[in-house]
Design a protein around this ligand. Structure first.
Ligand code: NAD
Length: 264
């Protein structure tokens, strides 16, 4: 615990349960003194998110489906009333129909493509516009991405394309809001066993492959991502914007299977 984020207020979007990456970031920023609000998608998840929020002393827990602009508006109206200003936003939201997270990317139908790009990329643009409007004293916007945006990784398919668009959005928005002291960054996390990840084909194999071949010889945890989140969301990251920061045990630097990696 510390005081790196004392006095800062932020919205965390994308907690589904205590394995969520958003939860790892929420815990880490709260441990540094930040005050946090949460959104959840649908009533079923409210039952999970509300107790987690309360455990961090947060009583701002709001419904939000990012495919619905009026639901996004309602969140930011409440934040404006409750807090007036905002210092940071965490967007840890992604979705693609799991039917298409296997097989050929080329076979993705238009509907599934548009849905994946809408929820996984455009939603960050949409919430960032409203968040930035409340960041009167500067701020930090953060999203989550994956290596499948940069290179072909098995089964990631349309999500890889959506993440590529998301990473480009980070760069364009960094320019849009930079003069106002607002920073925009992404963390590219290594594979972590979460609800969203369970939709990806052969995910257990992908976890093993990363563990054996990453320089650190272990998988990424939500605590690893939380630590990097504190850096990017606090003033420690004051000079950093437009960046895609890898928190993946170093996996992204590796070009071939490690010599000592066992067969899986
Ligand atoms: P998760 O299932 O815990 O979180 C995904 C969240 O997205 C859920 O809270 C879900 O409610 C939310 N969501 C989906 N559709 C939504 C909608 N229409 N409106 C509002 N919310 C919606 O899984 P996670 O792995 O923690 O995912 C968080 C982010 O991290 C995602 O962007 C994911 O792509 C990214 N990521 C995950 C991994 C991994 O291996 N788990 C690796 C790199 C990046």
């Amino acid at each position: 615990t510390g005081t790196l984020m004392a006095g800062k207020r932020g919205l965390i979007m994308g907690v589904a349960n205590d394995r969520s990456i958003a939860w790892g970031i929420a815990r880490a920023v709260a441990a540094q003194g930040a005050e946090v609000a949460f959104t959840y998608q649908g009533e079923a998840l409210e039952k999970r998110v509300r107790p987690l929020a309360e455990s961090l002393g947060s009583d701002i827990v709001l419904p939000c489906d990012v495919t619905d602009e009026s639901s996004i508006d309602a969140v930011f109206e409440t934040l404006e009333q409750r807090w007036g200003k905002l210092d940071f936003l965490v967007h840890a939201i992604g979705f693609a129909d799991k039917q298409f997270l296997r097989g050929r990317y080329m076979d993705t139908p238009r509907e599934a493509f548009l849905q994946a790009l809408d929820i996984s990329c455009y939603s960050f643009v949409s919430v960032s516009r409203r968040a930035a409007a409340l960041m009167s004293e500067g701020g930090s916007l953060l999203t989550l991405t994956y290596l499948g945006a940069e290179r072909v990784t098995p089964h990631y398919n349309v999500m890889g394309v959506a993440k590529a668009a998301l990473e480009a959005s980070v760069r364009y928005m960094a320019v849009d809001v930079g003069a106002r002291g607002i920073r925009v960054n992404a963390i590219s996390a290594g594979p972590i066993k979460t609800l969203a990840a369970s939709g990806i084909g052969d995910f257990r194999y992908i976890l093993k492959w990363n563990q054996y071949n990453a320089p650190l010889k272990r998988n990424t945890t939500i605590e690893d991502v939380g630590g990097a989140g504190v850096y990017l969301l606090s003033d420690l990251g004051a000079g950093v914007t437009g960046e895609v920061h890898h928190v993946d045990s170093g996996y992204h630097v590796v070009g071939m299977k490690a010599e000592d990696a066992p067969d899986i």
